[in-house]
Design a protein around this ligand. Sequence first.
Ligand code: SF4
Length: 309
Amino acid sequence: MSAVLEQAEKAEKDASKEAFEINKLSKRLHRQVGQAIADFNMIENGDKVMVCVSGGKDSYALLDILLNLQKRAPIRFELVAVNLDQKQPGFPDHVLPEYLKGLGVPFHIENQDTYSIVKRLIPEGKTMCSLCSRLRRGILYRVAGELGATKVALGHHRDDMIQTLFMNMFFGSRMKGMPPKLVSDDGKNIVIRPLAYVAETDLERWAVHREFPIIPCTLCGSQDNLQRVQIKAMLRDWDKRFPGRIDNLFTAMGNITPSHMMDRNLYPFTTLKTTGVPDAGGDLAFDDDEGCAPPAAPVDGTVIKFQGT
Ligand code: SF4
């Protein structure tokens, strides 16, 4: 067989493998988003969902998947895409309107110069993201009211939710994550995160496949919070070295046993009484890990010496 023929056959095989993988990815994304919507009753018949689109891969994917699900859903709901143009220098303000017009989805661009406010209030060299996000949130909630939206959909995904949990544990001493559905802090909006079950790596691949016209968030020159970057790196490293750990962590966020934590507001420890009834799911499940069993060897291979060994 000539080398040219061999090359052509290989290219054909590669293309069909890629098409197969993309098809699998597409099914997984749509299934996971549909599942999250159903599990948390995120979208109901007659809802008008305002989809916040920033120009990043996550919100493009969110809109893309919701538009597909809208066509197949057994319920009727409206979608309206909203972008907040924060007037960052160099923001390509034609990109989103052109893209959204091409999709044929109703949209609104809100022009608000939060960039100048953030620049004025945050000292040079400090991270501006937290104030910037707070301002953005407030404006988007107001716009939701003006548009008559009943739900506000954000593009946060599974890894954002796990990172937030670790940020809060490491730096805020509390077990608080990022919920898939919540009432906004102004009490006026229901915020939903339909990508809650989706892994960021899948969104990265989807963005490349769909050729989303990505607009970087860092146009303003601010860098993502260093602590968040470190936690993200830690979680990605765990995922590589211990496949399944991130999935387990995420499942654990929806599987909490208040009686085996120590939050006195969630469980009445102080007034606890005996029941006289054995609890098969009580402390027994992890007895081996408690008390007398030696701790497992650390993963780096370090040997722990116990007294007398
Ligand atoms: S990178 Fe810039 S635009 Fe993005 S959240 Fe941070 S301050 Fe705001």
